[in-house]
Write a protein that binds this ligand. Structure first.
Ligand code: SF4
Length: 212
């Protein structure tokens, strides 16, 4: 029985070495059909599912495909080999979370406007929301007529994942493989949620007398 558990564990660890393939597959799928970009939403939600379930950052610690990609590419290869303090303790993560929040608001509002027929969908991958890439996604697989709002939403999600991944790659190359994680909005929100629940727990244990 112990052997079965151990071999299951080692198989899981081996599989986890290849999580980066999921990140690569996501970006390749965008070339197949942009509608797969909506899967980026799953990637945004899963960390919080684990956070609620486990009360810790299980996704970040174990399963994040992008973090795995940065580690595989830059382990012991980063140029500087140290993350600047303004990433770990400075304003960088608050700047990033402001960008992330704005991006989400614009993404949902513009999708709603496309849904209502007020604006045309933006069928273009953009870097940092505003800079369109001079690249037309080939769309190798036609999946029939997609609603304009779904195509717009998929492009916006794909663009967000693309932007943050490029940023993560540059930071990984310069500093340390997972420097991006220090300013990743998922990490910042998870930290806020965890410290909030710890504070609530400690104030409860202070105010509630221990029954003996
Ligand atoms: S901080 Fe962001 S990039 Fe890093 S492991 Fe967590 S979700 Fe992935």
């Amino acid at each position: 029985m112990t052997n079965v558990i151990e071999s299951g564990e080692s198989m899981r660890e081996n599989l986890m070495k290849y999580l980066y393939l999921i990140a690569l597959a996501f970006f390749i799928l965008g070339f197949v059909n942009i509608i797969f970009g909506i899967l980026g939403f799953v990637c945004m939600l899963l960390p919080f599912v684990f956070l609620v379930k486990d009360g810790k950052k299980t996704w970040c610690i174990k399963y994040c495909p992008r973090a795995n990609l940065f580690t595989v590419l830059f382990r012991e290869r980063s140029i500087i080999g140290k993350t600047p303090i303004w990433f770990t303790k400075g304003k960088a993560k608050w700047i990033m979370i402001t960008y992330f929040t704005l991006n989400l608001i614009i993404m949902f509002m513009s999708t709603l406007m496309v849904f209502k027929g007020n604006i045309a969908p933006i069928e273009q991958v953009r870097f940092f929301m505003f800079f369109g890439l001079p690249l037309e996604m080939p769309q190798l697989l036609q999946l029939g007529q997609m609603a304009d709002w779904a195509v717009h939403f998929a492009y916006r999600l794909y663009s967000m994942m693309f932007t943050t991944t490029i940023l993560g790659l540059v930071l990984g190359l310069l500093f340390l493989p997972r420097t991006w994680c220090t300013i990743c909005p998922i990490n910042t929100i998870s930290d806020i949620a965890l410290s909030d629940s710890r504070n609530r727990f400690s104030s409860q244990t202070k105010t509630e007398p221990v029954k003996t």
